[in-house]
Each structure stands twice: as C-alpha cells, then as structure tokens.
Design a protein around this ligand. Structure first.
Ligand SMILES: NC(=O)c1ccc[n+]([C@@H]2O[C@H](COP(=O)([O-])OP(=O)(O)OC[C@H]3O[C@@H](n4cnc5c(N)ncnc54)[C@H](OP(=O)(O)O)[C@@H]3O)[C@@H](O)[C@H]2O)c1
Length: 226
C-alpha cells in the first residue's frame, strides 16, 4: 500500500537518498530543507505527487504552515522522518560560541519538537502512524570535539522514548541511529576519512525497506538501521 512520507532535510545526504528511494517504491514524499535550489532539482527529478518546500525546521511558523499544506493537499503522513540536523564544527566545548551552540540546539532538538507539535495531533486523530527521530551513534556514546551535537542526539533518545510512553495505541515513536555514512555531515567531522564509509544512496537501499516495515511493535525501541 502506498504511504505518505514526511521527511525533513531532503536537500542532500540521507534525506535526499531516502526521498528518491521511497518515491521509486511508489510512496508519496513530502520533504523540506532550507536550500531552495536543491529542493527544486529534487522536485524536477521526482515530479508529482511528491512535494518539496523550503522550510527551516527551527522556525515554528514555517513548520506549521508546511504541515498544514501537506495535510490538506496529500493527507496526514503515515511515516514521519525527523532527519534534518546540523553538526558543530570540530572544537572543544569551551571554544564553541553561544550562537553556534544555539543553532545546533534550535535545529536538532527544537526543530524536531516543532514537527512533532504540528503533526502528532493529526496522526492521533487518524489513529495510526510511525514517527522516527534520527539519532546517532553519538546519541548513545560520545567523542571529543562534537559535544554540542552529542548533547542533541542524547536529547533525541530521551525525548523520543518519553514521547513513546505518551502516544495512544496505533502510533509509534522510534529513535534511530542510521549508522556511519559518507555525507557532508560526516565529512565535516572526519574530513577525507569519511570516504571509507558507504554513500547515502547505498545506505538508502537497505534503510528504505527497513523504515517501511516499522510499526507499533517498535514503539520506544532505540533502533539502528541495517
Ligand atoms: N551521516 C552520518 O554518518 C550520520 C551518522 C549518525 C547520524 N546521522 C543523522 O542522520 C541525519 C541526516 O544526516 P546527513 O548525514 O544526511 O546530514 P547532511 O548531509 O548534512 O544533511 C542534513 C540535511 O538536513 C537539512 N537541514 C539542516 N538544517 C535544517 C533546517 N534548519 N531546516 C530544514 N532542514 C535542515 C539539510 O538541508 P539544508 O542545508 O538545505 O537545510 C540537509 O538536507 C541527521 O539527523 C544526522 O544527525 C548521520
């Protein structure tokens, strides 16, 4: 059965590869990101009924308008993937200035809650749906020089598990560690060392079927992509 899939952060990396993978499987994708040019290219490549909109997840009003228009035009999502995130530039915690720290928190934590606040009531009314919040290996362990990012991904684990305890029957919330994939985010922390890891496209070949089979049995489980 064809699903309606809402994905944040589709302009590059895992989000872009998942959008293409779900569309190929016959599902309808509504995606967002900040880079309007990349979203336009994705729109041209995938066509209708998919929809890609410039939305900054840290802006609550933009998120509200986006979810309202997606719901009106294509319906309430069956699967929501809170994938958009950023990482701080490599540095010890005491060298990260307050603007950069705010930015990581605003996108990686508050952006996820903005989506949840606007989409979960609609999914509750529909009586079904799965919400996956992208965590990280750094949501379950730590490394030096990425403390702000680690803090947000540990927050995602806690926030998602508490949410899972609040949801009514029929819905599920799942924190997902996608693994280690050669994207711009990984290149930011590993430099050229990122190239030894798989591409987003190869990752998506396994991740897309894995995400499609998630259901209420997985509510509150900290999962890792295959
Ligand atoms: N790659 C890995 O090895 C790895 C490992 C563990 C976890 N993860 C997680 O997997 C997810 C995807 O990561 P990735 O590697 O694909 O990163 P990426 O290549 O940097 O892509 C991140 C995506 O998020 C979007 N984004 C960032 N800020 C946004 C905002 N304020 N509003 C809307 N969209 C925004 C970016 O688009 P714009 O710049 O156009 O907004 C981009 O499309 C993230 O949650 C990341 O933490 C990745």
């Amino acid at each position: 059965m064809s699903k309606i899939i809402l994905i944040t952060g589709v302009s590059k990396g895992l989000g872009c590869a998942m959008a293409k993978g779900f569309a190929r499987e016959g599902h309808t994708v509504a995606g967002c990101g900040r880079n309007a040019g990349s979203l336009q290219s994705l729109s041209s490549a995938l066509g209708t009924p998919h929809r890609f909109a410039p939305v900054d997840v840290s802006n609550d009003q933009e998120v509200a308008r986006w979810i309202q228009s997606v719901t009106k035009d294509i319906g309430v999502p069956d699967l929501v993937l809170n994938n958009a995130a950023i990482i701080n530039h490599n540095a010890p915690l005491w060298e990260i200035d307050s603007d950069e720290f705010d930015h990581v928190i605003d996108i990686n934590i508050k952006g996820v809650q903005n989506v949840i606040r606007h989409v979960i009531p609609l999914m509750i009314r529909k009586g079904s749906g799965v919400l996956v919040n992208f965590s990280s290996g750094w949501g379950r362990s730590t490394s030096p020089e990425v403390a702000p990012y680690c803090a947000t991904k540990w927050a995602i684990e806690g926030l998602t598990q508490a949410l899972a305890q609040e949801l009514p029957a029929g819905l599920a919330a799942i924190p997902l560690n996608p693994g280690i994939i050669n994207t711009e985010m990984l290149q930011s922390c590993l430099g050229t060392g990122a190239s030894q890891f798989e591409t987003a496209e190869t990752w998506a070949q396994k991740a897309v079927p894995f995400l499609l089979q998630l259901g209420t049995k997985d509510n509150g489980q900290s999962l890792s992509a295959p």
